[in-house]
Write a protein that binds this ligand. Sequence first.
Ligand code: AMP
Length: 498
Amino acid sequence: MSVFAVLDQAAVRFGDQGAVFHGQSCVSTWVQLRDRALRLAASLRLQGIPPGTRIAIASENRPEIVELFFAAWAAECAVVPINFKLHPREMQQILEDSGAAQVFASAKIGPELGAFTDVPIDIVGSAGYRDRFAAEPAAVPDTDPETLAWLFYTSGTTGRSKGAMLSHRNLMAMTVAHLADIDSPDDACSLIHGAPMSHGSGLYVLPYVLRGARQVVPGSGSFDTGEFLDLCDHHPGASAFLAPTMVQRLVEMGRPRPRNLRTIVYGGGPMYVESMKKALAAFGPVFAQIYGQGESPMTITGLRRADHEGADDAVLGSVGYARSGMQVAVLDDDGLPVPTGQVGEIACRGDAVMTGYWNNPAATAETLQGGWLRTGDVGSFDGRGFLTLRDRSKDVVISGGSNIYPREVEEALLEHPGVSEACVVGAPDAEWGEVVVAFVVAASGPAAPTPALADELDAHLLQRIARFKRPKRYEMIAELPKNSYGKVLKRELRSHLS
Ligand code: AMP
């Protein structure tokens, strides 16, 4: 079964209803979307692109991305989504590694990328792109579910970026688990693409298309808080996937809850307890959490909307419990499960887990062991089945032989009213091996280093965490460096320290 079936079924059930919207304007119905995807698929065939080929997309959010996903699947090809904020040289590395035969790029990205690659580029929305729709529609595909559907390049925080291979079976497992655990929309709902469609927001096309929910792409093509909230006022049953830092920006705007806001799914990075409390106070119980990674997209654990209501700090600070169809374990260095409450590496298995890394058997063997995906995240289960994620294992600070989890220190710092954002990293130290350094964005806005605040924060932490976990140094900065998915770039912060 191909994931194209998702659109095929939506076209039958929801026919002439609005499917894709650019801002407030409808650009296609479900029947039109299906027709456009099949014509685009036929144009790829006419171009000589055989089944099994990789088709790359490098664009800020645009409405055509939805038809391009389904066109690639209809042509039995795999999508290679490329983060539009990458340098063209990095995009070229992905094109080369994946062996993509065609790139669809936005008018902003295409010309620059052309200087770095020989792979044919089609500018989305150009006359050449429009000509493709003259092709007669292709037949609906009948694809082996083990076929590659989505080749996702990890953000490469641990070195060279790797391509996580996701099959049609993997994407269907993700789709069904989303509908079962996180959000169950219908055709009176909308998915607002606030986060980049090259990542989670793009993958969520599948569950929302299956239920006939509108696909709404903001006119700006990116995340503008005012525009996003306006779209949540305008479109019915608005849902979105947002990184925690995006949620925080929405809350800081201080606008009332949009009348049509239904669900904000957050994840992809830590949501601090204090930030979640503020978000719940501002918008009410509209939040659901997912914990996943490119290798098990959006699907390891989760917290439903209802789990947030009246939840204690331990629940709000957790990443929830195992998702439907997934098994989640915390393992020791020998790969054996640790007792409840003990910290170890988080591993998961189930149909959402990737089939391996593209052309990289060594990395695959390291990451997929005995059927388990080793996530590289460190965490523990409590007696109620809630998983608390401490950190990425490589971010754990080892100072004087003790493990310090940055997230715990960050959570404590954020309880201080003078702190708007905090990020904790380890800095090399001759005496201790590593010491804790805190980068702090002051709530009062860009501030010069204030020894007074550092002293105050130290006293604040003494009341909350063990002495040895306290930062040895505070760096006041105007903002934390983040990638386009809203993740804090710890590597960049560390480079300031050496
Ligand atoms: P990516 O593969 O780019 O999606 O990054 C996945 C990583 O983001 C995970 O391995 C976690 O370290 C982190 N992450 C994802 N979801 C959450 C979450 N809900 N809370 C904290 N960290 C998360």
